[in-house]
Design a protein around this ligand. Sequence first.
Ligand code: NDP
Length: 473
Amino acid sequence: MTTMTDSYEALLAAITPPTGTGREVRDPATGEVLGRVADSITADVAAAIATAKAAQPAWAARSDEERRAILHKAADAIERAAEPLALVLSREQGKPLNGPNARFEIGACVAWLRNTADTPLPVDVLVDDGTTYAELHYRPVGVVGAIAPWNWPMMIAIWQIAPSLRMGNTVVAKPSEHTTLSGLALIAILNQELPAGVLNVVTGAGEIGAAITTDPDIDKIMFTGSTATGKSIVAASAGNLPRVTLELGGNDAGIVLPDADPTAIAEGLFWGAFINTGQTCAALKRLYVHDSIYDEVVNVLTDVAAKMPMGIGLDEQNVLGPLQNQMQFDIVDRLVESAKASGARVVLGGEPDRDAPGYFYPTTIVADIHHADPLVVEEQFGPALPVIRYHSVDDAIAHANALDAGLGASVWSSDRAKARDVAARIQAGTVWINSHGTIDPRIPFGGVKGSGYGLEFAAEGLKNVALPQVING
Ligand code: NDP
């Protein structure tokens, strides 16, 4: 008997609505129709939340060991279905199978599930002095609304779902309308191992997400996406006061100090900026390079970038793909055109083939660009990196901190102590040294300023989807 784990076709068939119904889903690399999706209506949202609410007490009543074991089984199921899942992801999102892309994302789903299952969260004894005894426990919140974006549609969904389930909550997930098949495929595989009602999914555009955020039976919202939508969610949450975690991307700065070795850092800079073809919340989005090594850094980075093949995701040689949708193509295109108009120097790329199929925007590096250029101050979320010249480290730090964004940042130097001093002065949730965006399930991750609030991953991430309770006495 064929199961959905067996092949791409079987997995797609398992999540496809009856013939003749649903909206078409197109491959962003070719424009071809690759499947169909049936979107939810708001009544479906209420029904999914009711199901999650009904299932939550029994799920919470299981022991932590049981829930952890089930998360490991869910990770096993993803491993069994790894290649069909990677194909759905590659074809719908556009990211290549190869490189740090689709297969890598499936691997990350497994790693985050297993790590979330294994993260210890012991009861915290706060005071034990002979007269006072107080402990801090973490209890389930209830029903979590998990609203995901289209850039890493499976991995980010797992970031939201895995800790929520571990802590005894049930979930109503909503994939982005741009990557609904990826969300549905992942959840279908997870649900092979999860008890009924624990993980539910609704699909559709922003109004379906909004219906989740305003429902009185939603106790916690996990959101990753744009700052504008994050602000709408906070406003919507004023009615019922669910807890909210917001991961809103941003405009990560990288600062290359004068003592950095351009050749040694070139590949790290490239992947920091261009992973997932730049469509990454914590990608390097503006690079500040000291005048003394500016030209050399631009040259070696351009050499690395020029060699990275971009194309259709199913072609194994490619490591960069198209942008996922027209909206994102238009944003990148507008920002690069405005940089050109302001006199910045396009060192690589910058000339998309507008007649070719798909949303391909070539790998683009823009040098000699002003601090106030829109390509610097707005989030491009695509393969176009501005490289800004600076003369004093104080100035570079001031520019890095000038924007209302603070997810990640990086400092590049041959002197770790010096780099750490600079890192301490940057307003960002994470500052990497000699790498960028190298997230790890054991290390908490979250933004400051316009990049949102709340931590994900590790024990801090578990606490974030739980209610703290002090037992005093
Ligand atoms: P959005 O913030 O609109 O979308 C993220 C998720 O929120 C999607 O599932 C979306 O649904 C949903 N949503 C939209 N409106 C609401 C609402 N009012 N209430 C609840 N949920 C809602 O991002 P976009 O796709 O529009 O991308 C816009 C920009 O956001 C990009 O250009 C990029 O700069 C940034 N971005 C950042 C990401 C990150 O990782 N931090 C990821 C993606 C985008 P639907 O898509 O189905 O409409």
